[in-house]
Design a binder for this molecule. Structure first.
Ligand code: DGY
Length: 318
Protein backbone atom coordinates (compact mmCIF):
# COMPACT_ATOMS: atom_id res chain seq x y z
CA UNK A 1 0.00 0.00 0.00
CA UNK A 2 1.45 3.43 -0.90
CA UNK A 3 2.37 5.63 2.09
CA UNK A 4 -0.25 8.17 3.05
CA UNK A 5 0.77 11.73 2.19
CA UNK A 6 2.04 13.97 5.00
CA UNK A 7 0.11 17.19 5.59
CA UNK A 8 2.20 19.68 7.59
CA UNK A 9 0.14 22.19 9.58
CA UNK A 10 2.32 25.02 10.87
CA UNK A 11 0.13 26.12 13.82
CA UNK A 12 -2.94 25.03 15.79
CA UNK A 13 -6.13 24.58 13.77
CA UNK A 14 -9.62 23.59 14.99
CA UNK A 15 -10.37 19.85 15.31
CA UNK A 16 -13.04 20.05 12.59
CA UNK A 17 -10.31 20.90 10.09
CA UNK A 18 -7.89 18.27 11.41
CA UNK A 19 -10.63 15.66 10.84
CA UNK A 20 -11.06 16.76 7.23
CA UNK A 21 -7.29 16.59 6.66
CA UNK A 22 -7.03 13.17 8.31
CA UNK A 23 -9.23 11.73 5.55
CA UNK A 24 -6.48 12.54 3.07
CA UNK A 25 -3.24 11.86 4.90
CA UNK A 26 -1.12 11.89 8.04
CA UNK A 27 -1.56 15.22 9.77
CA UNK A 28 1.63 16.62 11.27
CA UNK A 29 0.80 19.44 13.67
CA UNK A 30 3.38 21.88 14.95
CA UNK A 31 3.48 21.75 18.73
CA UNK A 32 5.18 25.16 19.02
CA UNK A 33 2.76 27.72 20.40
CA UNK A 34 4.35 30.43 18.27
CA UNK A 35 5.25 31.00 14.63
CA UNK A 36 8.02 28.67 13.46
CA UNK A 37 11.29 30.39 12.59
CA UNK A 38 12.25 30.16 8.88
CA UNK A 39 14.71 27.36 9.69
CA UNK A 40 12.15 25.47 11.78
CA UNK A 41 9.56 25.91 9.04
CA UNK A 42 11.86 24.42 6.39
CA UNK A 43 12.66 21.49 8.66
CA UNK A 44 8.99 21.01 9.60
CA UNK A 45 7.71 20.75 6.00
CA UNK A 46 10.38 18.30 4.79
CA UNK A 47 8.70 15.46 2.91
CA UNK A 48 5.21 17.02 3.06
CA UNK A 49 2.72 16.69 0.20
CA UNK A 50 0.64 19.57 1.57
CA UNK A 51 1.34 22.52 3.83
CA UNK A 52 -1.38 24.35 5.75
CA UNK A 53 0.18 27.73 6.47
CA UNK A 54 -0.65 30.80 8.53
CA UNK A 55 -0.24 34.44 7.57
CA UNK A 56 2.92 34.72 9.66
CA UNK A 57 4.71 31.96 7.69
CA UNK A 58 6.85 33.18 4.82
CA UNK A 59 6.27 30.51 2.15
CA UNK A 60 8.74 30.94 -0.69
CA UNK A 61 10.83 28.84 -3.05
CA UNK A 62 13.16 27.82 -0.22
CA UNK A 63 10.25 26.30 1.71
CA UNK A 64 9.12 24.45 -1.43
CA UNK A 65 12.67 23.15 -1.90
CA UNK A 66 12.77 22.04 1.73
CA UNK A 67 9.46 20.19 1.35
CA UNK A 68 10.80 18.35 -1.66
CA UNK A 69 9.33 17.28 -5.01
CA UNK A 70 6.21 15.73 -3.45
CA UNK A 71 4.74 19.08 -2.36
CA UNK A 72 1.47 19.63 -4.25
CA UNK A 73 -0.44 22.28 -2.36
CA UNK A 74 0.00 25.15 0.07
CA UNK A 75 -3.29 26.11 1.72
CA UNK A 76 -2.94 29.47 3.45
CA UNK A 77 -5.51 29.94 6.22
CA UNK A 78 -6.24 33.59 5.40
CA UNK A 79 -7.80 35.56 2.59
CA UNK A 80 -4.57 37.58 2.28
CA UNK A 81 -1.65 35.72 0.77
CA UNK A 82 1.10 38.32 0.69
CA UNK A 83 3.15 35.88 2.81
CA UNK A 84 3.25 33.37 -0.06
CA UNK A 85 5.45 33.72 -3.13
CA UNK A 86 2.73 32.44 -5.45
CA UNK A 87 4.86 32.79 -8.60
CA UNK A 88 7.74 30.77 -7.11
CA UNK A 89 5.33 28.00 -6.12
CA UNK A 90 3.46 28.04 -9.45
CA UNK A 91 6.81 27.63 -11.21
CA UNK A 92 7.13 24.34 -9.31
CA UNK A 93 3.54 23.28 -10.10
CA UNK A 94 2.44 23.75 -6.51
CA UNK A 95 -1.16 24.89 -6.04
CA UNK A 96 -1.76 27.80 -3.66
CA UNK A 97 -5.12 28.43 -2.03
CA UNK A 98 -6.57 31.03 0.37
CA UNK A 99 -9.84 31.41 2.30
CA UNK A 100 -12.00 34.14 0.75
CA UNK A 101 -15.66 34.68 1.58
CA UNK A 102 -15.88 32.91 4.91
CA UNK A 103 -14.34 35.79 6.88
CA UNK A 104 -16.06 38.69 5.15
CA UNK A 105 -18.68 39.46 7.79
CA UNK A 106 -16.42 38.95 10.79
CA UNK A 107 -13.80 41.29 9.36
CA UNK A 108 -16.35 43.92 8.32
CA UNK A 109 -17.87 43.75 11.81
CA UNK A 110 -14.48 44.38 13.36
CA UNK A 111 -13.72 47.27 10.99
CA UNK A 112 -17.01 48.84 11.98
CA UNK A 113 -16.38 48.16 15.66
CA UNK A 114 -13.03 49.91 15.35
CA UNK A 115 -14.65 52.84 13.57
CA UNK A 116 -17.09 53.21 16.47
CA UNK A 117 -14.31 52.70 19.01
CA UNK A 118 -12.09 55.43 17.60
CA UNK A 119 -14.85 57.94 16.86
CA UNK A 120 -16.58 57.46 20.25
CA UNK A 121 -13.30 57.25 22.22
CA UNK A 122 -14.15 53.86 23.71
CA UNK A 123 -10.56 52.86 24.48
CA UNK A 124 -9.91 56.13 26.23
CA UNK A 125 -13.10 55.82 28.28
CA UNK A 126 -12.39 52.21 29.20
CA UNK A 127 -8.86 53.02 30.34
CA UNK A 128 -10.17 55.90 32.42
CA UNK A 129 -12.71 53.72 34.25
CA UNK A 130 -10.21 50.90 34.85
CA UNK A 131 -7.68 53.39 36.24
CA UNK A 132 -10.35 54.62 38.70
CA UNK A 133 -9.76 58.12 37.42
CA UNK A 134 -12.38 60.37 39.05
CA UNK A 135 -15.10 61.31 36.57
CA UNK A 136 -18.70 62.45 36.50
CA UNK A 137 -21.17 62.90 33.69
CA UNK A 138 -21.17 66.34 32.15
CA UNK A 139 -22.20 67.64 28.79
CA UNK A 140 -18.69 68.17 27.54
CA UNK A 141 -17.17 64.90 28.82
CA UNK A 142 -15.25 62.66 26.37
CA UNK A 143 -17.12 63.86 23.32
CA UNK A 144 -16.56 61.95 20.13
CA UNK A 145 -17.75 62.35 16.62
CA UNK A 146 -21.06 61.01 15.26
CA UNK A 147 -21.27 58.96 12.08
CA UNK A 148 -24.64 60.03 10.63
CA UNK A 149 -24.38 62.19 7.53
CA UNK A 150 -20.59 61.81 7.34
CA UNK A 151 -18.58 60.26 4.52
CA UNK A 152 -16.76 56.94 4.79
CA UNK A 153 -14.00 56.33 2.26
CA UNK A 154 -13.43 52.67 1.47
CA UNK A 155 -10.07 51.88 -0.10
CA UNK A 156 -10.53 48.63 -2.02
CA UNK A 157 -14.06 47.48 -2.73
CA UNK A 158 -13.63 43.70 -2.52
CA UNK A 159 -15.98 41.48 -0.53
CA UNK A 160 -14.93 42.97 2.82
CA UNK A 161 -15.07 46.57 1.55
CA UNK A 162 -18.60 45.95 0.29
CA UNK A 163 -19.66 44.41 3.61
CA UNK A 164 -18.32 47.50 5.41
CA UNK A 165 -20.27 49.73 3.00
CA UNK A 166 -23.41 47.75 3.77
CA UNK A 167 -22.96 48.38 7.49
CA UNK A 168 -22.14 52.04 6.81
CA UNK A 169 -25.49 52.55 5.04
CA UNK A 170 -27.33 51.31 8.13
CA UNK A 171 -25.46 53.94 10.19
CA UNK A 172 -26.43 56.77 7.83
CA UNK A 173 -22.97 57.21 6.33
CA UNK A 174 -22.34 58.18 2.71
CA UNK A 175 -19.80 55.94 1.00
CA UNK A 176 -17.15 56.79 -1.54
CA UNK A 177 -14.64 54.19 -2.70
CA UNK A 178 -11.41 53.94 -4.62
CA UNK A 179 -9.71 51.02 -6.27
CA UNK A 180 -8.60 49.73 -9.61
CA UNK A 181 -11.94 50.21 -11.37
CA UNK A 182 -15.54 51.32 -10.68
CA UNK A 183 -18.00 48.57 -9.73
CA UNK A 184 -21.19 49.16 -11.72
CA UNK A 185 -23.22 46.90 -9.40
CA UNK A 186 -22.30 48.98 -6.33
CA UNK A 187 -24.35 51.95 -5.26
CA UNK A 188 -21.55 54.23 -4.04
CA UNK A 189 -19.40 56.88 -5.67
CA UNK A 190 -16.13 55.78 -7.28
CA UNK A 191 -13.45 58.42 -6.79
CA UNK A 192 -9.68 58.65 -7.15
CA UNK A 193 -7.61 57.77 -4.08
CA UNK A 194 -6.68 61.44 -3.61
CA UNK A 195 -10.29 62.58 -3.82
CA UNK A 196 -11.28 59.89 -1.32
CA UNK A 197 -8.68 61.20 1.12
CA UNK A 198 -9.85 64.78 0.62
CA UNK A 199 -13.56 64.06 1.05
CA UNK A 200 -13.74 61.32 3.69
CA UNK A 201 -14.41 61.87 7.38
CA UNK A 202 -13.31 58.29 7.98
CA UNK A 203 -11.08 56.10 5.82
CA UNK A 204 -11.22 52.30 6.06
CA UNK A 205 -8.58 50.20 4.29
CA UNK A 206 -9.60 46.99 2.51
CA UNK A 207 -7.04 46.61 -0.28
CA UNK A 208 -4.66 43.64 -0.27
CA UNK A 209 -0.98 44.19 0.50
CA UNK A 210 0.93 44.32 -2.79
CA UNK A 211 4.05 46.22 -3.90
CA UNK A 212 1.66 48.99 -5.04
CA UNK A 213 -0.21 49.29 -1.74
CA UNK A 214 2.79 49.06 0.61
CA UNK A 215 2.80 52.40 2.48
CA UNK A 216 -0.18 53.59 0.45
CA UNK A 217 -0.99 55.61 3.57
CA UNK A 218 2.21 57.61 3.84
CA UNK A 219 3.01 61.16 4.99
CA UNK A 220 1.57 62.63 1.79
CA UNK A 221 -1.69 60.68 2.03
CA UNK A 222 -2.10 61.57 5.71
CA UNK A 223 -1.59 65.27 4.94
CA UNK A 224 -4.31 65.00 2.28
CA UNK A 225 -6.89 63.74 4.81
CA UNK A 226 -9.27 66.04 6.70
CA UNK A 227 -7.91 67.27 10.03
CA UNK A 228 -10.84 65.62 11.85
CA UNK A 229 -10.54 62.33 9.95
CA UNK A 230 -9.98 58.88 11.46
CA UNK A 231 -8.19 55.98 9.79
CA UNK A 232 -9.18 52.32 10.24
CA UNK A 233 -6.88 49.49 9.13
CA UNK A 234 -8.02 45.86 9.19
CA UNK A 235 -6.15 44.65 6.09
CA UNK A 236 -2.35 44.40 6.40
CA UNK A 237 -0.08 46.54 8.55
CA UNK A 238 2.43 47.58 5.88
CA UNK A 239 -0.32 49.38 3.92
CA UNK A 240 0.19 52.13 6.53
CA UNK A 241 3.52 53.81 7.27
CA UNK A 242 3.20 53.65 11.06
CA UNK A 243 5.93 56.20 11.69
CA UNK A 244 4.25 58.67 9.30
CA UNK A 245 0.95 57.96 11.07
CA UNK A 246 2.49 58.81 14.45
CA UNK A 247 3.90 62.04 12.94
CA UNK A 248 0.49 62.95 11.49
CA UNK A 249 -1.29 62.36 14.80
CA UNK A 250 1.33 64.33 16.69
CA UNK A 251 0.95 67.21 14.22
CA UNK A 252 -2.87 67.07 14.42
CA UNK A 253 -3.15 66.32 10.71
CA UNK A 254 -5.78 63.65 11.45
CA UNK A 255 -7.88 63.02 14.57
CA UNK A 256 -7.43 59.33 15.27
CA UNK A 257 -6.65 55.84 14.06
CA UNK A 258 -7.79 52.31 14.81
CA UNK A 259 -5.39 49.55 13.82
CA UNK A 260 -5.94 45.80 13.93
CA UNK A 261 -2.78 45.04 11.94
CA UNK A 262 0.77 46.31 12.16
CA UNK A 263 3.82 46.74 9.99
CA UNK A 264 5.98 44.31 11.99
CA UNK A 265 3.47 42.29 14.00
CA UNK A 266 3.37 41.89 16.93
CA UNK A 267 5.51 45.05 17.33
CA UNK A 268 3.85 48.46 17.15
CA UNK A 269 5.43 51.84 16.49
CA UNK A 270 6.17 52.90 20.11
CA UNK A 271 4.81 56.43 19.62
CA UNK A 272 1.35 55.00 18.87
CA UNK A 273 1.21 52.99 22.09
CA UNK A 274 0.80 55.93 24.44
CA UNK A 275 -1.72 57.88 22.37
CA UNK A 276 -5.32 58.19 23.54
CA UNK A 277 -6.54 58.85 19.99
CA UNK A 278 -5.39 55.45 18.76
CA UNK A 279 -7.24 52.13 19.18
CA UNK A 280 -5.06 49.02 18.85
CA UNK A 281 -6.24 45.41 18.56
CA UNK A 282 -4.12 42.27 17.89
CA UNK A 283 -5.17 41.13 14.37
CA UNK A 284 -8.67 40.05 15.39
CA UNK A 285 -10.50 40.70 12.10
CA UNK A 286 -11.61 37.12 11.57
CA UNK A 287 -11.41 36.05 15.21
CA UNK A 288 -14.77 34.43 15.87
CA UNK A 289 -15.15 30.72 16.61
CA UNK A 290 -17.41 30.27 13.60
CA UNK A 291 -15.19 32.16 11.18
CA UNK A 292 -11.86 30.67 12.22
CA UNK A 293 -13.41 27.19 12.01
CA UNK A 294 -14.79 27.93 8.55
CA UNK A 295 -11.41 29.26 7.40
CA UNK A 296 -9.53 26.19 8.60
CA UNK A 297 -12.10 23.78 7.16
CA UNK A 298 -11.98 25.57 3.79
CA UNK A 299 -8.17 25.32 3.80
CA UNK A 300 -8.46 21.62 4.69
CA UNK A 301 -10.93 21.00 1.87
CA UNK A 302 -8.56 22.69 -0.55
CA UNK A 303 -5.87 20.25 0.56
CA UNK A 304 -8.07 17.18 0.26
CA UNK A 305 -9.27 18.26 -3.20
CA UNK A 306 -5.78 18.75 -4.56
CA UNK A 307 -4.45 15.53 -3.03
CA UNK A 308 -7.40 13.67 -4.60
CA UNK A 309 -6.48 15.13 -7.99
CA UNK A 310 -9.52 17.45 -8.07
CA UNK A 311 -9.72 21.20 -8.60
CA UNK A 312 -9.07 23.28 -5.46
CA UNK A 313 -12.04 25.29 -4.19
CA UNK A 314 -10.33 28.65 -3.85
CA UNK A 315 -7.10 28.79 -5.79
CA UNK A 316 -4.81 31.78 -5.96
CA UNK A 317 -2.95 32.40 -9.19
CA UNK A 318 0.16 34.51 -9.76
C1 DGY B 1 -6.82 37.23 6.52
O1 DGY B 1 -7.57 36.27 6.36
O2 DGY B 1 -6.09 37.64 5.62
C2 DGY B 1 -6.86 37.92 7.84
O3 DGY B 1 -5.89 38.87 8.01
C3 DGY B 1 -6.84 36.94 8.98
O4 DGY B 1 -8.08 36.40 9.02
Amino acid sequence: MPARPTIAVTRWIPDEAVKVLAEAGEVKLSDADRPLTPEELREFVAGASAVVSMLHDRIDGSVAEAAGPGLKVVANVAVGYDNVDVAALAARDITVTNTPGVLTDATADLAFGLLLAVTRRLGEGERLVRARTPWSFHLGFLLGSGLQGKTLGIVGLGQIGRAVAHRAAAFGLRTVYSGRSPKPDFDGEFVSFDELLRRSDFVSLHCPLTPETRHLIDARALRAMKPGACLVNTTRGPVVDESALADALEAGEIAGAALDVFEAEPDVEPRLLGRQDVVLTPHLGSATVETRTAMAVLAARNVTSVLAGDEPLTEVRP
